[in-house]
Each structure stands twice: as structure tokens, then as C-alpha cells.
Design a protein around this ligand. Structure first.
Ligand code: ADP
Ligand code: ADP
Length: 229
């Protein structure tokens, strides 16, 4: 079952073409690692999937929905697709718990008690239960990133997108975030991860996709991908 399909996707920033004829199918439960040099379009590609960026050509389907560029369609995709950024992007004036409750209450109109119960459960799952009433600035980077993962999961997304989730972390905190992502992968989440962590790619990815200059230049299972000379 294709969870995400991109066909012939092209995107320009003004005169600069950032994505060139991108074709990707991600089936339910598949894990994709997207890699390639800085500026090759990885971030742009995953931002197109949840409509943080618009694109000019081709089609992206998420969970069978053809996504137009109108607001209704963007809301629909943001409900299906969770995203985790390099810079955590937590609201600094809200507690960890409030950060997790906000989107389900606003976007899904779930009750306060339901949002709180989801948040408690997911914060426990990423081992942050004890920090629930703290503010983001009181947490380490690794803890903040695990909160960001829990916050995305509170929407019960079908797909999770990760944009260099460990690149802004001190080295000793990388493992705790990767372990959280590995646990999520083991539970069967469909994932696209932009990362330079090749150990993670070997362990988790069904396929590694390599981009250069806005195009996909290689796509292979990790064993094959890493055996190339
Ligand atoms: P990557 O994630 O692989 O580092 P990006 O998707 O961030 O690459 O960027 C791809 C290219 O598009 C880069 O050359 C970058 O400078 C350019 N780019 C990204 N965002 C914008 C923007 N908002 N306006 C103009 N150019 C952009
Ligand atoms: P990341 O590495 O997380 O993709 P970047 O530093 O590439 O972050 O980009 C940060 C922001 O600046 C993004 O919103 C991106 O779209 C924008 N951006 C990147 N390159 C350019 C560019 N050449 N011109 C304008 N905006 C850009």
C-alpha cells in the first residue's frame, strides 16, 4: 500500500530549480533514509510532502489523497504527516505538556482530557514523563528533540518525516534520539529521515535514497547502497 507517492515533482525557488523530476513511492511501514550533500534538496523534498513548501510540477499523494495547494488540503496532510526538525521548534512559553496538547486540541478538536492523556502516554514512551511540567529551555537538546517527537505523535500521524533530527545535538545526545527513532521504526511507523547517521541508515532503512543537485541519483537497500565502491 503506497503511503506516499511522488511523481514527477519539480520545484523552483525563483529561477533556481531545487527539485528535478522526483519520483518516490513509500509503502506502509517502510523506512527511507534520504542523504546527499548539503544543498541537494533533501529538506525541500520532505517539506513538500507536508506542504511546508509548494511545488510547481508533478503530484504528491499521501495515504491515497491527492493533495492540492488549497488550505483544506494542507490541513488534511498535516494531520496525516508528523514532522521533526533540526531545531526542535517547541514553543518556549509553553510547558512540555502544553506543547504536546496544543495541536491535537486545535487541529483535531480533541478534548483537553483526551489531549492530556495522549501527551502523558507519549511523553512516557520517549522517557520524558518527569519533565512534563518544565519549559523547553529547562531541558537538554536531546530531551527537547524527544519532546518534539512525542508532540508529533500526539496527532497520531500515519507518516513521520525527520529533517536532520540529530544535527543540532551535542554528540552525547545523538544516541538517545536515534534510539527513540529506532523504537518508532520497530513499531512499524512509515518514516522518511534526512540524516547523516549512516549507522542508523544501515540498521533501520529499507531503502537509502541519495540526492544530488535536486535529483535522486541512487536508491537501494542499505546493504547494497553501502557496498558500492
Ligand atoms: P538540503 O536539505 O539537501 O541541504 P535544501 O533543500 O535545504 O537542501 O536546499 C536545496 C537548495 O535550495 C539549496 O541550494 C538552497 O540554497 C536552496 N533553497 C532552499 N530554500 C530556499 C529558499 N527559501 N529560497 C531560495 N533557495 C532556497
Ligand atoms: P536546513 O539545513 O535545516 O535545511 P537551511 O539553513 O538550509 O536549513 O535553511 C533555513 C531556511 O532558509 C529554510 O527555510 C530555507 O528554505 C531557507 N533558505 C535556504 N537557502 C536559502 C536561499 N538560498 N535563499 C533563501 N532562503 C533560503
Amino acid at each position: 500500500v503506497p503511503m506516499i507517492s511522488m511523481t514527477g515533482v519539480a520545484k523552483w525557488y525563483g529561477a533556481f530549480q531545487a527539485l528535478k523530476d522526483v519520483n518516490i513511492t513509500v509503502n506502509k511501514g517502510e523506512k527511507i533514509v534520504l542523504c546527499g550533500p548539503s544543498g541537494s534538496g533533501k529538506s525541500t523534498l520532505i517539506r513538500c510532502i507536508n506542504h511546508l513548501e509548494s511545488y510547481q510540477e508533478g503530484q504528491i499523494k499521501v495515504g491515497g489523497m491527492v493533495l492540492g495547494h488549497e488550505a483544506k488540503s494542507i490541513d488534511a496532510v498535516r494531520r496525516e504527516v508528523g514532522m521533526v526538525f533540526q531545531q526542535f521548534n517547541l514553543f518556549p512559553h509553553l510547558t512540555v505538556m502544553e506543547n504536546c496538547m496544543l495541536a491535537p486540541m486545535r487541529a483535531l478538536k480533541v478534548s483537553r482530557s483526551e489531549a492530556e492523556s495522549r501527551a502523558r502516554q507519549l511523553l512516557a514512551r520517549v522517557q520524558i514523563a518527569e519533565q512534563a511540567d518544565k519549559y523547553p529551555a529547562q531541558l537538554s537538546g536531546g530531551q527537547q528533540q524527544r519532546v518534539a517527537i512525542a508532540r508529533a505523535l500526539c496527532m497520531r500521524p500515519k507518516v513521520m518525516l525527520f529533517d536532520e533530527p540529530t544535527s543540532a545535538l551535542d554528540p552525547e545526545m545523538v544516541k538517545e534520539v536515534l534510539d527513540t527513532m529506532i523504537a518508532l521504526a520497530d513499531e512499524g511507523m512509515t518514516m522518511i529521515c534526512v540524516t547523516h547517521e549512516m549507522g542508523f541508515a544501515r540498521q533501520v532503512a529499507d531503502r537509502v535514497i541519495f540526492m544530488a543537485s535536486g535529483a535522486i541519483v541512487e536508491e537501494a537497500p542499505p546493504a547494497e547502497f553501502f557496498s558500492n565502491p
